[in-house]
Design a protein around this ligand. Structure first.
Ligand code: ATP
Ligand code: MG
Length: 396
């Protein structure tokens, strides 16, 4: 049986002028995500992407797993290809959907004829194929309103394709079409979800993680890497920059009022992240903040943090409850890793009474007590670079 995967484009089908770019990006992303599996052809025609195995050893199940996570796909179906004549179509449908048809009681046939040269019109295709299936599976009944399975036939330029109900794709728009941004990633629950959400809107990611050895351990950093590996299943590969942060935190602790510790630390994070972002072609920052979740996430605190950088800062979780965030974390499979108990650089130095309404001029005055430029330059000189998601896709 000639099995392949047919992919229907999502939102991108609507995007008039940009459509070509979006389609090109989607095809590139699909090719890349399945490249390590080998033996597949990917092409696009009539707003449908065809992923076709080149030989019988190609692992269609694994391709499906990967395609499920590619943004820009509204729906996909595993389908059988038949010649464009009714006898081949009937035989292929009965063979390919045998198990489903045997286990269902009701069905209907839907036909789509994009190749207008095909001699039968859609209602005639439905009638003929429906009749043939009723003969081969006499227990079946037709139910046009509420069938247990819909047998779809698509008559296209390269052949006739038969499939059952389509499956929902990952939605969103193809990664890369929305530019590039730097995600500030901790080992917590929120920032991996924020990364996923922006990748869904087509944003390519670069990751920045602040680590504070010896206060934080190598294993805490490994956990962040593992989280990003999971996210990269959706976003594609990325580079992670680990920033040594202990020195800056020690300086703040020593020289700034305790109640402003967190806010000043967060300003440093934004400043350093912006520098890394600029260096690597990112036009925005992303954080996992949610309004009111902790003292540093009040409107006043966020205003003080934002003032430290000029790039737009995306906070896709800003209006979400923790429960809603956790639901997504479970769906994308980061939750179990996020709750592993390793310390984060933020928690190591948490003040007892952080200010929830910091006043910008005092915050800036306190921060200016430090030699900020030198501290930032030193941190940037000692970045660690880690490749994320490269093994998963390339020649592994
Ligand atoms: P998360 O679950 O993402 O850790 P959180 O609720 O614990 O978030 P905070 O610790 O206040 O909140 O951090 C807010 C945001 O700041 C995080 O979502 C993340 O974007 C960024 N951030 C926090 N710690 C780090 C870190 N060590 N490295 C990089 N970014 C960080
Ligand atoms: Mg955190």
């Amino acid at each position: 049986m000639n099995e392949l995967i047919l992919i229907k484009l999502g939102e991108i089908a609507l995007k008039g002028l940009n459509r070509r770019d979006f389609e090109t990006a989607l095809v590139k992303n699909i090719k890349y995500r399945i490249s390590s599996l080998g033996g597949f052809k990917v092409k696009i025609a009539q707003s449908t992407v065809y992923v076709t195995p080149e030989n019988e050893y190609s692992d269609v199940d694994e391709v499906e797993e990967r395609i499920k996570k590619v943004f820009g796909i509204a729906a996909y179906s595993r389908a059988a290809r038949a010649e464009k004549d009714m006898e081949s179509i009937k035989a292929a449908a009965a063979e390919y959907l045998k198990d489903e048809l045997e286990s269902c009681e009701t069905f209907k046939v839907e036909a789509k004829r994009s190749d207008k040269k095909f001699p039968l019109k859609s209602p005639e295709i439905c009638r003929e194929l429906g009749g043939s299936l009723l003969e081969k599976f006499p227990h079946l009944k037709v139910d046009v309103h509420n069938p247990q399975i819909t047998v779809n036939v698509e008559i296209r330029d390269f052949g006739a394709y038969i499939h059952g109900d389509a499956k929902k794709g990952a939605g969103g728009i193809p990664v890369g079409t929305g530019g590039k941004a730097a995600i500030l990633i901790s080992g917590g629950i929120d920032s991996p979800v924020a990364a996923y959400m922006m990748a869904k809107r087509g944003v390519e990611l670069t990751a920045v993680h602040f680590a504070s050895p010896p206060y934080t351990s190598e294993r805490a950093e490994q956990k962040v890497r593992r989280l990003l590996e999971i996210v990269s299943g959706y976003s594609g590969r990325m580079i992670m920059y680990t920033v040594p942060f202990a020195r800056i935190q020690e300086e703040i602790q020593e020289k700034c009022p305790e109640e402003l510790f967190t806010i000043i630390m967060r300003r440093f994070m934004m400043q350093i992240s912006q520098k890394i972002a600029e260096e690597h072609g990112c036009a925005a920052l992303i954080t996992g903040e949610s309004l009111g979740q902790v003292a540093s996430q009040t409107i006043g605190a966020i205003a003080c943090t934002d003032e430290a950088c000029t790039m737009p800062v995306f906070r896709p979780l800003i209006g979400m409850d923790k429960e809603e965030i956790i639901t997504i974390a479970r769906k994308i499979d980061t939750f179990e890793t996020s709750i592993e108990p390793y310390e984060d650089c933020c928690t190591v130095f948490t003040p007892k009474h952080p200010r929830t309404r910091p006043i910008l001029k005092y915050v800036k005055a306190a921060q200016n007590e430090l030699d900020c430029d030198a501290l930032i330059a030193q941190a940037l000189d000692n970045l660690k670079v880690t490749k994320i998601g490269f093994d998963l896709y390339k020649g592994s």
